[in-house]
Ligand binder design. Structure first.
Ligand code: AMP
Ligand code: MG
Length: 426
């Protein structure tokens, strides 16, 4: 079954409200094998809603809308759709009584404007909303289906799960649309694609999408309209193949965060972590402490932004700063070793770089970052030249530092391996 989605609300067009409903509905439909073929947004304007609904019905014959079911003047979805179907709105006293009781429980009298919410296009199925005042509506005739849901995300989600999904699934959707994600970091999209080679042919009937972000490239495999067990099996094979080919660039699956992976790796080995951060200003520590339960592994750290903090709190010798500058392999190493000594932990991550937009030079352009990790007193370094804005450079640097720490732990057995100093653009 194919379906379209129309999210309604002027606030969506103005960009003040992020259209989270659309993403949620898209994912949910995929799970039951209903293919979302198009989605759009319009403001709270009758003509625009009417045109969009008519086009969707002509094109696809099925549409979900969200928004515009409230009691105020700008809530016109129901009226416009009823007009389009040439069906009158009828007042349903039992819906009104539910509203009256709902308000009574809050010690209030139901306002007269809410009577509008008890009006239902003739022939529509009412989708009971136990989480708010606007019921959902399912209108269907030879032209097709329009499923109207409220805009408030929580109410929309509950109605979708409890009233819409069972009805759509019962229409014999053929199979599921299901995805799995393999997360990679430390390798650009183009190099990753080279490494994966003819993978697309090997994973058919799955599709593969490359989703690059500041934290790396996610690889999303999707099974379309396969029976549930078949989809799971094909995805498991595909994930295995991706992992094999992407090798140690893979750090996790689904929404797994690299910081959580590093914390687990450290926990397993009984290692505690500390950080010394210059250009990331605490982002690495933030990432680590975003993960609940990090306190048994993460000790803390120093935001060694000014050189005075580098020398006084993490014991960077002044001579290294004078000779090589703050953004240098020598200073990054000294930061990693210094914070390890000061805090008495076995693994430290140090970051120093030029986040920009100013401060770059020919030798050290904006985006130059030196990372250092010290593991049991042995230090390794890495130089990166990261792309993007100041914010992106800082986010990428934090991610790269976490990845470097993880690699150190994973290769802990061969600590004497050559220094991994080659540039690795994230
Ligand atoms: P409505 O049902 O149109 O009265 O919408 C009520 C509220 O739900 C709006 O004020 C928004 O804050 C929120 N909302 C509406 N549509 C969306 C959407 N597509 N995504 C996220 N929030 C929404
Ligand atoms: Mg609205």
């Amino acid at each position: 079954m194919n379906i379209e989605l129309l999210t309604i609300g002027t606030e969506l067009l103005l960009g003040f409200t992020i259209d989270t409903n659309a993403a949620h509905i898209a994912r949910t439909l995929g799970e039951i094998g209903v293919r979302l073929v198009r989605r759009g947004s319009v403001g709270d304007r009758g003509d625009d809603i009417r045109d969009a609904v008519r086009e969707s019905l002509d094109r696809t014959g099925a549409l979900i809308t969200t928004g515009g079911l409230g009691p105020t003047r700008d809530d016109i979805t129901k009226r416009v759709v009823a007009e389009l179907y040439g069906t009158p709105l009828e007042f349903h006293d039992e819906i009104w009584q539910v509203l009256v009781e709902r308000f009574a429980r809050m010690g209030r009298v139901a306002p007269a404007v809410n009577r509008l919410q008890a009006e239902v296009p003739r022939g529509a199925t009412v989708l009971r909303n136990h989480w708010g005042t606007a019921p959902g509506l399912w209108l269907e005739d030879s032209r097709g289906i329009v499923i109207m849901l409220p805009g408030v995300p929580r109410e929309m989600r509950m109605l979708l799960a409890q009233e819409v999904v069972p009805r759509l699934a019962a229409r014999g959707a053929n199979g599921v649309i299901r995805s799995r994600v393999v997360r990679t970091s430390g390798i650009p999209e183009s190099l990753l694609a080279e490494r994966l080679g003819d993978i697309e042919e090997r994973v058919t009937p799955l599709t593969l999408a490359y989703l690059p972000g500041y934290d790396g490239v996610d690889l999303r495999l999707t099974a379309w309209n396969l029976p549930s067990a078949g989809a799971d099996a094909a995805l498991a094979d595909g994930v295995g193949l991706l992992r094999e080919r992407a090798g140690d660039h893979v750090y996790g699956e689904e929404e797994r965060d690299l910081a959580a992976v590093l914390l687990d790796a450290a926990r397993q080995r009984g290692v505690r972590i500390a950080v010394a951060e210059s250009c990331t200003g605490g982002l690495v520590g933030k990432r680590l402490t975003d993960t609940p339960g990090s306190s048994d592994v993460f000790m803390g750290g120093v935001i060694a932004y000014d050189n005075a903090v580098k020398t006084q709190l993490v014991e960077v010798p002044q001579v290294l700063l004078d000779t090589h500058g703050a953004v240098s392999e020598e200073v990054a190493s000294a930061m990693a070793l210094g914070v390890a000594r000061r805090l008495g932990v076995s693994l430290t991550l140090a970051v120093t770089g030029v986040a920009g937009p100013g401060g770059g030079s020919q030798a050290k352009p904006v985006g130059t970052v030196w990372l250092a990790t010290a593991l049991d007193g042995a230090v390794k370094t890495q130089r990166l030249v990261l792309p993007g804005s100041r914010e992106e450079i800082r986010l990428r640097a934090a991610q790269a530092a976490l990845l470097f720490g993880l690699r150190r732990l994973q290769s802990g057995a061969r600590l004497d391996a050559p220094t991994d100093g080659a540039p690795t653009p994230a």
